[in-house]
Design a protein around this ligand. Sequence first.
Ligand code: ADP
Ligand code: 5GP
Length: 193
Amino acid sequence: MNKVIIFSAPSGSGKTTLVRHALQKFPQLEFSVSATNRAPRGEEKNGRDYFFLTPEEFELRVNRGDFVEWEEVYSGLCYGTLSSEVERIWSEGKVIAFDIDVCGGVNLKRLYGKQALSIFVSPPSIEVLRQRLESRGTDTSEAIQRRLGKAEEELAFAAQFDRVIVNDKLEQAKAEVDMIITDFLNNNKAETA
Ligand code: ADP
Ligand code: 5GP
């Protein structure tokens, strides 16, 4: 059975950190590189972190039906999963790891059902989330404010995921990820949402 593991969370909760950990720990996982119309940030590379498209290219590919799902995650900023990426990873016999926003995560779980394990990464609190975004140092204070506003709404979606991991102590959160994924890969079924 082709499988997928979906990680969703409010921005700054530590989702990227935990996805990277899972990819290192489980060689059968492969990261699904999303497409976006936003500009690269920091050390991000095209084709590794995202496929960076112009707004026109992104829209063209939406209209062509190239996406399994896509969302306007922030005003004017769109992100989506290309069908070609899903096919490529499954054709290699691997399990897909998605790092996508909360709505996209719910949609993919609905689409893939028992083939999917959906994990919601929660920050211990909004205040801790603010501190992490500030110390990550990749966003303007305006962008941080926008992400925090959205985080409050996103936390309400946690119950729709198979599992919720509160990322307080990082080592403990990593250990939980290891356990949950091992269980999912070994048992030929996922929890239902
Ligand atoms: P996301 O992908 O959810 O936006 P990141 O993985 O980029 O979040 O994490 C946001 C920031 O918080 C990063 O600087 C990361 O190193 C840090 N971080 C992640 N998990 C923890 C943790 N458990 N305790 C403290 N800092 C953390
Ligand atoms: P960032 O700008 O911090 O890289 O990402 C913003 C948000 O977009 C994150 O919550 C990230 O998980 C989400 N995201 C990234 N790729 C996709 C995707 O393919 N689909 C959806 N729906 N969200 C995505």
